[in-house]
Ligand binder design. Structure first.
Ligand code: BTN
Length: 253
């Protein structure tokens, strides 16, 4: 994979695209830079890949490890939509390679009920978000372990160059993010909210949510305007979940 080729295929959508063979973490590398809006860093392999909630992200060769630094200029209460739109971009990318996928809230890509991709968004400075996406593309080594709730790992399972997957994902991210930003972070006008809902496997599901201070069991009933998940427990009380691991209690596609 080659930076110039990617840049040529993506035109002026991203001012700087760097591809490295190996690094610790593309998120950590970008977070350390005072880089322009939409700077992209891609690694073929990571030695210290970071996942959500302090976990590791196993990053063997053959996967796509991509981070984009954004300076969205959007009100902070709407910025969580940036991470949700990454899930939609992943679903569109899978579809473009003939793979049906859905999202487990907030943004895990599920294929056949197993996890093929994850998203880690970090605020690296005021107004700066580093959006990191790890997508398993080729066959996975057995060393990749299941996630919370025993969610098994899987991959896109297509025999295509990782470069092609990167071009598609960055194109979909650009389309979704430009429209969302153009609407000042409002997810309604561009149809982002509707599309997220339609590809979210969590809504309507019985779920267990592993929070930092306990566990919540109930039904995922809707999304709030800021993208938080509303879960109704057995007594009918509604809880707003902004972070935590959601486990689907019934298998989902
Ligand atoms: C998750 O836990 O589901 C999120 C995984 C995010 C992994 C990606 S790979 C590219 C970027 N660099 C990292 O160190 N993490 C993210």
């Amino acid at each position: 994979m080659d930076s110039e080729l990617l840049q040529a295929r993506l035109g002026r959508r991203y001012p700087s695209i760097t591809v490295v063979d190996r690094t610790g973490s593309t998120n950590a590398d970008l977070a350390a830079l005072d880089a322009p809006d939409r700077t992209v860093l891609i690694a073929r392999e990571q030695t210290a890949g970071q996942g959500r909630r302090g976990r590791d992200w196993s990053s063997p060769g053959g996967g796509l490890y991509l981070s984009v630094l954004y300076r969205p200029g959007i009100s902070p209460d709407r910025v969580p939509w940036l991470t949700l739109l990454a899930g939609v971009a992943l679903v569109r990318t899978a579809a473009s390679f003939g793979v049906e996928a859905r999202v487990k809230w907030p943004n895990d890509l599920l294929i056949g009920g197993a996890k093929a991709a994850g998203v880690l968004a970090e605020a690296s400075a005021p107004g700066v978000v580093v959006l990191g996406i790890g997508l398993n593309v080729g066959p996975l080594p057995e060393s990749v372990r299941p996630g919370p709730g025993g969610l098994p790992p899987t991959s896109l399972g297509v025999d295509v160059p990782v470069l092609d997957v990167a071009v598609t994902l960055l194109t979909e991210l650009d389309a979704l993010e430009s429209a969302w930003r153009g609407d000042s972070g409002d997810p309604y006008p561009s149809g982002l909210l509707a599309e997220y809902r339609s590809c979210c496997a969590t809504l309507g599901q019985e779920v267990r949510v592993e929070l930092t201070d306990g566990v919540l069991v109930g039904t995922a009933v809707r999304l709030d305007q800021d993208g938080t998940l509303v879960v109704r427990d057995g007594s009918g009380r509604e809880h707003t979940v902004s972070a935590g691991d959601v486990v689907h209690l019934r298998p989902s596609e």
